[in-house]
Ligand binder design. Sequence first.
Ligand SMILES: [Fe+2]
Length: 147
Amino acid sequence: MKRSNALAQLSRDHHRGLVVARQLNGATRATASAARDAFLAFWEQEGREHFRVEEDVLFPAFARHSSPADEAVVRVLVDNVDLRRRAADLSAETLWPPEEPRKLGGRLHAHIRHEERVLFPLIEAALPENELIALAAAVELAHQQRP
Ligand SMILES: [Fe+2]
């Protein structure tokens, strides 16, 4: 199913996130530092704001037609806390345990796949066309306001 305009911008962020997740998953001792830098650059440039746009705009729009405690949303919110925690630790730590690139890469990959395969199709099915159009405009505006 083709992604609606409302979610297409967020899906583009997801695509870049998957590239970083692959880099983390494939990291060796020699490439772990580059993978860490790639994740932190993605986090600072897009990831942090991406979470904010989803939480400020997308999930409340879905909650009008579902429950704020919908399990597909709850899973994403829990992931967001975990990924924020890992990003904060990564920014502060000089040592990176050798198993962490794979843990972070796996978590990021599973998070994005869940949104793309489960949550986004639920949102597209739940919202009427006029609300999807309004959502696209709200997401676009929120993206433009990125610092
Ligand atoms: Fe997302």
